[in-house]
Unconditional design. Structure first.
Ligand SMILES: [Zn+2]
Length: 179
């Protein structure tokens, strides 16, 4: 069983002294239930005596894809796996990956908190990852609106291009260690 500090779920009760605070040991899982995309937990906050469901106020509130897959896609992007390969590993096409990432980008701040905890990355790297995703998505939307669909593989650009395009010191960022 996972320890309480690993849930990554802040208390959603605005009246709670631990409202939106992560990993303070106040949250414990007391039950589970099933939804379309898998198992969800019921959490209990011992600071305010409130229960709440995992889907409520979480990063991927209404994304009908297992959150683990999206987080995995983000992590792979950070370690320079291309969109095509990410899609291959996760069993979806790269347009789907891009759609997930675009949705995730709208909650970038919350997701950064998760990723910074899980990976040896910096906020600079994360910022660049989000701008890469937004740029790719804009290109994709443009291509979809145009006469032709983009060819497969066209979106398969990893962090290499991202770094060389954005960072003034590509060697300093985008090189996560111990990954
Ligand atoms: Zn609470």
């Amino acid at each position: 069983m996972r320890k309480p500090k690993e849930w990554g779920q802040p208390c959603p009760n605005p009246d709670c002294s631990h409202y939106r605070l992560m990993n303070r040991g106040n949250i414990s899982a007391i039950s589970t239930y099933m939804i379309q995309s898998g198992k969800r937990r019921i959490f209990y906050c011992n600071k305010c005596d409130h229960c709440f469901a995992e889907t409520r106020d979480t990063v991927f509130f209404d994304l009908r894809t297992p959150e683990d897959k999206v987080m995995m896609a983000l992590k792979m992007l950070l370690v320079k796996v291309g969109l095509t390969d990410i899609g291959f590993v996760l069993g979806v096409n790269e347009e789907t990956v891009l759609m997930w990432l675009d949705r995730a980008a709208q909650k970038a701040h919350e997701i950064n908190t998760h990723l910074l905890r899980d990976l040896p990355v910096t906020e600079v790297q994360l910022d660049e990852m989000w701008s890469f995703i937004k740029r790719k998505h804009a290109q994709q939307a443009e291509a979809d609106g145009g006469k032709q669909r983009p060819e497969r593989g066209r979106a398969a650009v990893g962090m290499d291009q991202l770094c060389s395009g954005v960072s003034p010191h590509p060697g300093d960022v985008c090189r996560p260690e111990n990954v």
